[in-house]
Every structure is written in C-alpha cells, then in structure tokens.
Ligand binder design. Structure first.
Ligand SMILES: O=C(O)CCC(=O)C(=O)O
Ligand SMILES: [Fe+2]
Length: 343
C-alpha cells in the first residue's frame, strides 16, 4: 500500500484575500472584503489571508522557538505531556491513539495551550472544566513568552475576523463576537517528520478531520502537506504562502450559520522529504456559548450531506461550546482526564 492519492493544484483554487485595502478605512472596501471572506467560507471553507497585520518576522520567530521546543530531549517533553493535564494542555507525542481503534495515531508531535488562568481565577476556583494553567518546559522559558504574546495578538485579530464573518452574511457585526467574552482559544505548535511514498498510509501526519471551534488561523512553514477535501471530492493541496494565514471554518461556525459556511475536512501528509512545522490557532468561543443556528440557510435542503468524521458535530439541538469540546476531547484523547460536562 502507498500513501493516499491527492491532486496537486495551484494556490488559486483556494482564494487569497489581501487585507491591505482595509487600511484605507473605506466602508465599501470593508464590506467587499467581508463578502469575499463569506463567499470563500461558503464555497470551500478555506482561504488565505495576506497583509493581515501579523508581521512575517513574528510568525518566523514563533517557528524558531517551536523548533527549539521539539528538539528538546523526549523526557523533557514527556514531563509536560497532555495526559498529565486535566485541562487539555501540554505535549502530545507521536502516534498518540484516540478512543476509536480505527483512528490510527497521527504522525506528528504537538504542544498546545489554552488561555493561561491563575489558580485564584473564579472559573478555576469553581472547577470549571478545561480552565486553568498551561504546562511549560522548564528549560525553554522563551516558549512561554513567545507563545503567550502570539496567543494574545491572535485573540485580538480573531475579533476582526469574527466581525467580517458576520458582516459578510449581512448580520450585525457583533453577532459572533458576543460569544467571545472569555473564549476557549487554543494555540498548537506541530512537527511532522517526512513520510516516504512507500509507507502504508496507516498513519497520516494528521488524519482527516474538521476543526471544532469557530475558525482556525493556520501558519505553515515552507514545506507543505496540508490537503483539503474539495467540493468535488478530491483531496487538494494548500501550498505554503509565506507570511499568510490559511483560515478555515470550524464546526461551531458551521452550526451558527446553518451550513452557509462550510467546515471542510482536511488532513496533513508530509510527502516532501523535509521536517515540517505548523501552528494552528483555534478561535473558539466562550465555554458557555450556545451553539445553535443564528440564521436559516435557504439552500439547506439542496446541500449535499457532508462526509462524517470523528470530529463532526450534528448541531441538531442547542449545545454549548463546553459540551462540544469536552465530548470531542474525550473521544479523541480518552487518556486525558478531561471531564465531559454532559456525562
Ligand atoms: O498542520 C496543519 O497544517 C494542520 C493541522 C490541523 O489541521 C489541526 O491541528 O487541526
Ligand atoms: Fe485542523
């Protein structure tokens, strides 16, 4: 057996949206960008943004510290592994297995954080699931400094996009931001070794999935490996574009928009012979945000039923962000001690 098939495409199949026109402050330019974002979110669920305000040098600095983290001895990384946290934070080693034995482990290692909360924060004192402190490597203090600064800036940038996602559908600008008062944002750094074409394909860099939050900003290095399931049913590549973010819609935004925005399945296969690094930032709403359609999709019945993955969420009843997260985390990473809120 060999690695799964894919189709090579040029970047133009995934729209590139240049935000530099927003600097003019012209309301018409703003609405035009918001509508282009909405169109891309509707048709393919993925787009690139350039000139988004986060300098390429900042992203490069994050990649640099991420590489230094993954180069640490395994014992140091394992000392802060995710399985030691009941808050879904820390290091994920290669080929970590989930609850479903048909889901083979991923060929990546990762490290992830959520909002850093002190022990005397009311939500932590109240024992709210997933709220608390991150685990950090003792020997690389720069990781904490860089990641928390990037996390803060990405949280601010998320608000800009949430308003555009709303305006693009002619909804009031605060339709989504009001669910982001103390949001469950998550930042992950990832490392993928190259996969030989002759490998069985049992283990993929990241197995096919949809993202669970509202939307994701992905920074990827120059190697490539991200593939998305196109509306025509082909796996197509989303090649690196320096300084860009790849933005994609997650399950919660799909539900809010009654499927007007598509939570497109994607995977990673590092076919390119080089070590690959990536950094997704998952813009995820408040734990108690109710996820239920805010509008009615006129084409709902015409739309083809999207393929189902372990990460799919039906959205057939009002559900909170916290319920979705604890359900999915428990399903994907059962070895963690995360408590399901509806259990
Ligand atoms: O590494 C990538 O390019 C994508 C990772 C991803 O899709 C995820 O972590 O949800
Ligand atoms: Fe993803």
């Amino acid at each position: 057996m060999a690695l799964p098939e894919f189709k090579k495409v040029f970047a133009h199949e995934v729209p590139v949206i240049d935000l530099s026109v927003l600097q003019s402050g012209d309301p018409a330019a703003y609405r035009d960008i918001a509508h282009r974002i909405a169109e891309a979110s509707h048709s393919i669920g993925f787009f690139y943004v350039v000139n988004h305000g986060m300098p390429a040098s900042r992203i490069d600095a994050m990649f640099d510290v991420a590489k230094r983290f993954f180069a640490l001895p395994l014992e140091e990384k394992m000392a802060i592994r995710l399985a030691l946290s009941d808050k879904y934070r820390g290091y994920l080693p290669f080929k970590m297995m989930g609850a479903d034995p048909s889901l083979k482990g991923n060929l990546h290692e990762a490290f992830q954080i959520h909002t850093e909360l002190p022990p005397d924060h009311p939500a932590v004192l109240a024992g709210k699931p997933l709220h608390g402190a991150n685990q950090w490597p003792a020997s690389l203090p720069e990781l904490k400094t860089e990641m928390l600064a990037y996390f803060r800036d990405m949280s601010v940038l998320s608000q800009t996009f949430l308003r555009m996602f709303a305006v693009g559908l002619d909804l009031p600008p605060d339709s989504f931001t009001r669910y982001f008062q103390s949001p469950m944002m998550q930042l992950r750094i990832m490392h993928y070794p190259p996969q030989e074409p002759t490998e069985s394909g049992d283990h993929l860099g990241t197995r096919p999935h949809t993202d669970s939050g509202a939307f994701t900003f992905l920074a990827q290095d120059e190697v490539g490996g991200l593939e998305i399931l196109s509306p025509a049913g082909d796996w197509i590549t989303v090649p690196p574009l320096r300084g860009s973010f790849v933005i994609n819609i997650g399950e919660m935004m799909k539900i809010w928009t009654d499927g007007m925005y598509a939570a497109t399945p994607h995977r990673v296969i590092n076919r390119y012979g080089l070590e690959r690094y990536s950094m997704p930032f998952f813009a995820t709403p408040d734990f108690d945000a109710v996820i239920t359609p805010l509008l009615s999709n006129p084409d709902r019945d015409k739309a083809a039923e999207p393929p189902k993955f372990a990460t799919s969420v039906a959205g057939d009843r009002p559900i909170t962000c916290g319920e979705i997260l604890t359900y999915l985390y428990g399903r994907i990473w059962p070895s963690t001690k995360v408590q399901r809120v509806d259990a």
